[in-house]
Design a protein around this ligand. Structure first.
Ligand code: NAD
Length: 382
C-alpha cells in the first residue's frame, strides 16, 4: 500500500464535442469532501447537465476558472471522456478515472503514458456483483436504450399504442429490439410503456426470461450463441446464415427496429443486411444504437439519419447517454464515487492492489491473478 494525504480531486468541463455529461454532481462532491478530499470544479462543468456553479460551491467544492487551473495540481481527476490534450495537463503521476478507452484512442493512451498517470478506464471494470454500483457500462447503456426507443417513436410515421378513435381503430406498432443486454432491456421496457407490441431478440437464450418479464415476446430464430461470463460468442457461418434467413422473413412484418447488439471488444455484429431492409415495409424505422461501433445494420451511417431508398429511415445516433445528461451524470457520478471509495479514505489515496477491482481495471491492464498484478501495478509517486 502507498498513500498520499490531503488530496485534491478535480473535475473539468468535458471538451469532447457534444458531451453534456459531468463526472461529479453536487451530491457526489459532498460525499468526496466527506472522504476528506478537497474538490475543485471548473466553472460551467455541470451546466449542460443542469448543475450550476453555485450548487457545486454549496456542496463544498472550490470553483476554478479554466481547465489548467482545475487540473494542474490535482491528485485525482474524474472525467467522462477526456481528450488527450486534457490528460496532458495533469500533473505527473496523478490518478485519473473515467471512460478513458486508451486502446480505442492511441493519443489518449500516449498521454497517460507520458504523464505516468495511474489510469482507471472504468469500461475495463470486471462486471462482478460487487462492482455493480460502479458499472458505468450498465448505467449509461440504460439511458442509451431509453433514448433509442424515444428516437424511434419520434421518427416513426405512426402511433406506438393501439388507439380506438372515432376515425377507426389504430393497430399498435410492432417494435423489435435486437440485442437484449442492458440497453436492449431498457429499450424494450420503454417501447412497452409507450404501448407498442414488443419483441426482443438475442443470441443468448437466458434473455428470453428477461424479455418476457418486461412484457415483451422473445423472438426465437432457433440459433443460440451463449458464451462465457454472460456475454455472447461469435456465431459460426452456418449459424449466421440460418439466423439471417429467418430474421429476413420476420422483418417484413415489423414497423420499428432498435438495434443494441454488441460483442465486447469487437465491432458490432452486422445483423440486418441491405437486402433485409429492402424487404421491410416503407415507413419502417431502424434506430441503430450500435452505430458507435459500426452498427448492426449494413446501411447505418454513424451520426446520421438516412433513407434506405425504399422508404425505411435508418438512424445511427451517437453518444445517446449524453442526451439524457442529467440522469446519466447522476448515475455516472455515483458509479465513480463508489469506485474511488475503494482507494480514497481519510483524505488519502491508498491502493490495495490485492483488490481485483483495482488490479484488473488499472491501465496498462494486468490480466494476472490479483497477487501477481500487485507486483506489476504502478506505484504512486510522492
Ligand atoms: P453488450 O452491450 O456487450 O451486448 C448487448 C447484447 O447484444 C447482449 O445481450 C448480447 O448477447 C447481444 N448480441 C451479441 N451478438 C448478437 C447477435 N448476433 N444477435 C443478437 N444479439 C446479439 O452487453 P451488456 O448489455 O453490456 O451486457 C450483457 C450481459 O452482461 C447482461 O445482460 C448481463 O448478463 C451481463 N452483465 C452482468 C453484470 C454484473 O453481473 N455486474 C453487469 C452488466 C452486465
Amino acid at each position: 500500500m502507498t498513500a498520499v494525504q490531503g488530496i485534491t480531486v478535480a473535475v473539468a468541463r468535458e471538451a469532447a464535442p457534444g458531451e453534456r455529461r459531468v463526472a461529479a454532481t453536487p451530491e457526489t462532491c459532498k460525499k468526496l469532501t466527506a472522504l476528506g478530499a478537497q474538490v475543485r470544479v471548473q466553472r460551467g462543468a455541470g451546466l449542460a447537465a443542469g448543475f450550476t456553479d453555485d450548487a457545486y460551491a454549496s456542496a463544498g467544492a472550490q470553483l476554478a476558472e479554466d481547465a489548467a487551473d482545475t487540473l494542474g495540481q490535482a491528485d485525482l481527476v474524474l472525467c467522462v471522456q477526456p481528450q488527450a490534450s486534457t490528460l496532458s495537463q495533469l500533473k505527473q503521476g496523478a490518478v485519473v478515472v473515467g471512460m478513458l478507452a486508451p486502446q480505442a484512442d492511441p493519443a489518449r493512451g500516449e498521454a497517460i503514458g507520458a504523464r505516468q498517470l495511474i489510469a482507471f478506464p472504468l469500461e475495463l471494470l470486471p462486471r462482478t456483483t460487487r462492482a455493480q454500483a460502479m458499472d458505468i457500462l450498465s448505467s449509461q447503456a440504460g439511458m442509451a436504450g431509453y433514448k433509442a426507443t424515444l428516437i424511434a417513436a419520434q421518427l416513426a410515421p405512426r402511433f406506438f399504442p393501439m388507439l380506438t378513435t372515432a376515425a377507426g381503430t389504430i393497430r399498435p406498432s410492432k417494435v423489435l429490439i435486437v440485442g437484449a443486454g442492458v440497453a436492449g432491456l431498457q429499450a424494450i421496457a420503454t417501447a412497452k410503456r409507450l404501448g407498442a407490441q414488443v419483441e426482443g431478440f438475442d443470441v443468448r437464450p437466458e434473455t428470453r426470461e428477461q424479455i418476457e418479464s418486461l412484457g415483451g415476446k422473445f423472438l426465437d430464430l432457433g440459433v443460440s450463441a451463449a458464451g462465457e461470463g454472460g456475454y455472447a460468442r461469435q456465431l459460426t457461418d452456418e449459424e449466421r446464415a440460418l439466423q439471417q434467413q429467418r430474421l429476413a422473413d420476420h422483418l417484413k412484418t415489423v414497423d420499428v427496429i432498435v438495434c443494441t447488439a454488441a460483442v465486447p471488444g469487437r465491432p458490432a455484429p452486422k445483423i440486418i443486411t441491405a437486402a433485409m431492409v429492402a424487404g421491410m415495409k416503407p415507413g419502417s424505422v431502424i434506430v441503430d444504437l450500435a452505430a458507435e461501433t459500426g452498427g448492426n445494420c449494413e446501411l447505418t451511417r454513424p451520426g446520421e439519419t438516412v433513407d434506405s431508398g425504399s422508404g425505411v429511415a435508418i438512424a445511427g445516433p451517437l453518444n445517446l447517454a449524453s442526451m439524457g445528461a442529467v440522469h446519466a451524470s447522476e448515475m455516472y457520478a455515483r458509479n465513480l464515487l463508489n469506485f474511488v471509495s475503494l482507494f480514497v479514505k481519510d483524505g488519502a489515496i491508498a491502493f490495495d492492489w490485492n483488490d481485483e477491482l483495482l488490479a484488473k481495471t488499472v491501465w496498462p491492464r494486468h490480466d494476472d491473478a490479483p497477487g501477481a498484478a500487485a507486483a506489476n501495478a504502478p506505484q504512486r509517486a510522492g
